[in-house]
Design a protein around this ligand. Structure first.
Ligand SMILES: Cc1cc2nc3c(=O)[nH]c(=O)nc-3n(C[C@H](O)[C@H](O)[C@H](O)COP(=O)(O)O)c2cc1C
Length: 334
């Protein structure tokens, strides 16, 4: 869609600019009184390698404008993927943004923040008025680079950067057959291969996959009613739940009891709790081994997408994990 200059809508313009994915930075300096000043900025860009120059632009109405206009030095922090909260804090206007932060000191005494992906200390080389922003060009006098995945901003929201696969998934041998990128294949094979690393530990404890599922799910709450368990197992263990419960009770891993209202409910025995926690720690170790094979931040992306997928396939599942989940769910479903 083409927007004519005459009918220029500010919101639409901003939205169109938002399709340019950027990193996120915090730029810091000190004001005339020596107080640290900083703000979140995504207009940062590289300008020149030799001499080493970078640029960014600052809104004319920013409270930090006088400090940056008068400062000789400032520092650009390229934020890492786990610094979203810091970005939000520095996007607020003029508040005490540095409270409780551990700072290092750079050229000319400028405050430096730790934990970012890269950090450039700069001396103002020139500045230009550009419409409602002041453009700063800085000469880089020192820099640090850390191996942290960067935070990304796209379409007005924070995002993740992940590398694309070098090779495209293979085409199916038979036209119309499943390809290598069929979701069912990817999920199914990943599930089987992942569990094949956990299953030897389950066998050693004499547990089936289903028994482990119920045992570990029982660690979510001290006591579960039949309806809690029905929700937990719906669509996963529909047919073997009763048998699974009986086996766990026979093995003294689970107790069947009656709550104050007279409803049947279940509780882990001490032995059941110990075994569940031991196997969960084994499963978490397997998770760490497997995720170590992915690139930086790709584990977060994978989990975020799988959570979104679960939201589509099993919209009620969130209520199992959060104490106030039922209320949230009821609110969402109106
Ligand atoms: C992702 C993101 C990018 C931003 N980029 C800029 C920018 O390039 N220039 C700017 O002046 N403000 C930018 N802002 C807005 C400032 O961070 C915000 O106005 C802040 O309150 C300014 O602080 P100050 O008024 O204390 O100087 C950005 C905000 C966000 C969330």
């Amino acid at each position: 869609m083409t927007a004519e200059v005459a009918a220029f809508d500010a919101g639409a313009f901003r939205k169109a600019l938002g399709s340019f994915a950027t990193g996120v930075t915090i730029i810091t300096t000190r004001d005339a009184a020596g107080e640290p000043v900083g703000l979140t900025v995504n207009s940062f860009n590289s300008v020149s390698l030799n001499p080493p120059l970078v640029l960014w632009s600052l809104a004319n109405n920013a409270m930090s404008l006088p400090a940056f206009r008068d400062a000789e030095y400032w520092a650009v922090h390229i934020l890492s993927s786990d610094q979203e909260d810091l970005s939000t804090r520095f996007a607020k206007r003029g508040e005490n943004k540095f409270a409780d932060l551990e700072l290092e000191t750079g050229s000319g005494g400028i405050p430096l923040l730790p934990g970012c992906s890269a950090r450039f200390q700069c001396r103002t080389a020139s500045s230009y008025q550009g419409g409602d922003h002041l453009i700063f060009i800085g000469e880089v006098v020192a820099f640090d680079h850390y191996d942290n995945a960067p935070l990304v901003f796209h379409g007005g929201r924070y995002a993740h950067a992940t590398q694309r696969l070098a090779n495209k998934p293979g085409e199916p041998y038979l036209a119309g057959s499943f390809g290598e990128d069929f979701l069912g294949y990817l999920l199914g094979r990943s599930h089987f291969r992942f569990f094949s690393r956990i299953r030897p530990h389950l066998s050693e404890a004499g547990l089936s996959d289903e028994e482990f599922y119920v045992l570990s799910a029982m660690t979510l709450k001290p006591q579960m009613t039949s309806s809690d368990l029905d929700k937990l197992t719906a669509g996963v263990l529909d047919h073997c739940c009763e048998q699974t419960l009986t086996t766990l009770i026979d093995r003294h891993l689970l107790l069947r009891e009656t709550d104050a209202a007279g409803a049947v409910c279940f509780r882990l025995t001490e032995r059941g709790r110990e075994l569940a926690l031991k196997l969960i720690s084994v499963a978490k170790a397997v998770e760490s081994q497997v995720l170590a094979g992915l690139g930086p931040d790709e584990d977060t992306v994978l989990k975020s997408l799988l959570n979104q997928l679960l939201g589509v396939l099993d919209p009620d599942v969130g209520s199992l994990w959060h104490p106030d989940g039922e209320a949230k769910l009821a609110q969402r479903n109106g």
